[in-house]
Design a protein around this ligand. Structure first.
Ligand SMILES: Cc1ncc(COP(=O)(O)O)c(C=O)c1O
Length: 459
């Protein structure tokens, strides 16, 4: 077979590729030293929910490759759209010039997102979308003569990306702690995370209590606050912590009352992940800014979008010398290939009963995970749509977590690799976020491997 890599050895199995990788490549979210003992897995092909390595071993992608590949790998519709667009226009400067894929995608995004979101600003990854939303919110207030609003309220346990602005409004110590001296200081409001509720408290009661606490913070800080930023329904990187939709409707009311923006970061939860196309729908709310990425292109190309209201747009719309224009530009803004693939992603949602199918798959996943509730080292099994999570603890009664240094989740990961599954626990949380193209048999496989991995991890 022809190879696009002319200098590559004729036979490149896992060992050869891994050795070449480790000679020059520096991977994200990785202590590279780990690879002295943990295998680097070179993937050569994808087929639906499965990944195939250079030795021909198959892995069920239980995490949709960092939550992006909602329709699996090598999806024929997305591949065909990409190939077609590549023959026409791969890229064009997006200032002063435009193109049909970006225009049509903006029209479609406005159509499918909650009412009131009318304006679409493109960027090229999730963190960049968060940067755009933060800057746009700040700049809106500045243009309205409220330059004293310079701060953001974020929730404890939140994750919004790892560029400096996005990391500033994130509260996962693993990512934030080292870089804290470089960051803005957010106002942290307690997360409505149902797992952290008082004994006997329902998720709705936790949400109500947390809203009261947020109200108290807004009473103190609204005058200096641009926006509250949240991950609607599920705080993903923070451990798949879930909350009641009432929190979002209450948040909308508080933001209106206190004159601050509501930024919904749907980068991980958007595009059907929580059971509705967007998580905000479950609370019937429209935010002032909605950040989208990941599933937007089904994992084919990096792209993000920030949707906002006509009112926000109007605050920037002025004669040039008024100096009110929004300034945030990336070279690849509105890339035609990415926009065209995103349009195809939305077309799949339109043409196929994706959400209906997901309901069946989610119910099956719930049923298969239910027995874990009785496990002596499982404190919680929770699920929102196509996200399910199992919280491992050292002591079930006191909910004492295993120390992070024991890396129990890593043991589940390694067990998965040995048994044809890509499971990538977040610390002590084993989670499932599979592509929507999994079969019920695939789910059975994933859960069987996870349970055996959990037994090994807690032994
Ligand atoms: C909720 C949320 N926001 C933002 C991001 C950052 O996106 P990216 O990794 O594309 O920068 C992530 C990534 O996991 C995320 O989960």
């Amino acid at each position: 077979m022809d190879t696009p890599f002319p200098d590559a050895p004729a036979i490149a199995g896992n060992a050869a590729l891994a050795a070449r990788d480790l000679r020059h490549v520096w991977h994200p979210c990785t202590q590279m030293h780990d690879h002295e003992s943990i295998p680097m897995v070179p993937i050569v092909r994808g087929e639906g929910a499965w990944l195939i390595d250079a030795d021909g071993r198959r892995y069920l992608d239980g995490v949709s490759s960092w939550w992006t590949n909602i329709f699996g790998h090598a999806n024929p519709r997305l591949a065909a759209a990409l190939a077609d667009q590549a023959q026409r226009l791969e890229h064009v400067i997006f200032a002063g010039f435009t193109h049909e894929p970006a225009i049509a995608l903006a029209e479609e995004l406005v159509r499918v997102t909650p009412p009131g979101l009318e304006r679409v600003f493109y960027a090229d990854n999730g963190s960049a979308a968060v940067e755009v939303a933060l800057k746009m919110s700040f700049h809106y207030w500045l243009n309205r003569g409220r330059g004293e609003k310079t701060r953001f309220i974020a929730l404890t346990g939140s994750y919004h990306g790892e560029t400096l602005g996005a990391l500033s409004v994130s509260d996962v110590a693993l990512y934030r702690k080292t870089y804290a001296p470089l960051l803005l200081t957010p106002i942290l409001a307690p997360s409505p995370d149902a797992y952290e509720g008082e004994p006997g408290e329902t998720p709705a009661q936790v949400a109500a209590r947390r809203l009261e606490e947020l109200r108290a913070q807004l009473e103190r800080h609204a005058h200096e606050t641009c926006a509250v930023i949240v991950e609607p329904l599920v705080q993903c990187a923070g451990g798949m912590r879930m909350h009641h939709p009432d929190y979002l409707s209450g948040l909308r009311r508080l933001c209106d009352e206190f004159d601050v923006h509501f930024i919904a970061d749907e980068i991980a939860v958007g595009f059907g992940r929580t059971g509705t196309l967007f998580a905000c729908e479950q609370a019937s709310v429209a935010p002032d800014f909605m950040c989208l990425s990941k599933g937007l292109t089904g994992g084919t190309l990096p792209l993000s979008a920030v949707l906002t209201t006509e009112a926000v747009y109007a605050a920037f719309y002025a004669e040039y010398n008024a100096g009110k224009a929004f300034l945030h530009s990336h070279s690849y803004t509105g890339n035609p290939l990415a926009c065209r693939v995103a349009l195809e992603t939305l077309a799949i949602f339109r043409d196929e009963p994706v959400l209906e199918r997901n309901r069946v798959l989610a119910a099956h996943l719930a049923q298969r995970l239910a027995p874990l509730r009785d496990h002596p080292h499982v404190a919680d099994v929770r699920q929102t749509g196509m996200i399910a999570a199992v919280e491992l603890v050292a002591d079930k009664r006191t909910r004492t977590p295993w120390p992070a240094t024991e890396r129990r989740g890593m043991r589940v990961y390694l067990h998965g690799l040995e048994h044809r599954a890509l499971l990538r626990p977040l610390g002590n949380v084993v989670y499932f976020m599979p592509p929507y193209v999994v079969s019920t048999d695939d789910i059975d496989h994933l859960v069987t491997v996870a349970i055996a991995g959990i037994e090994r991890a807690v032994a």
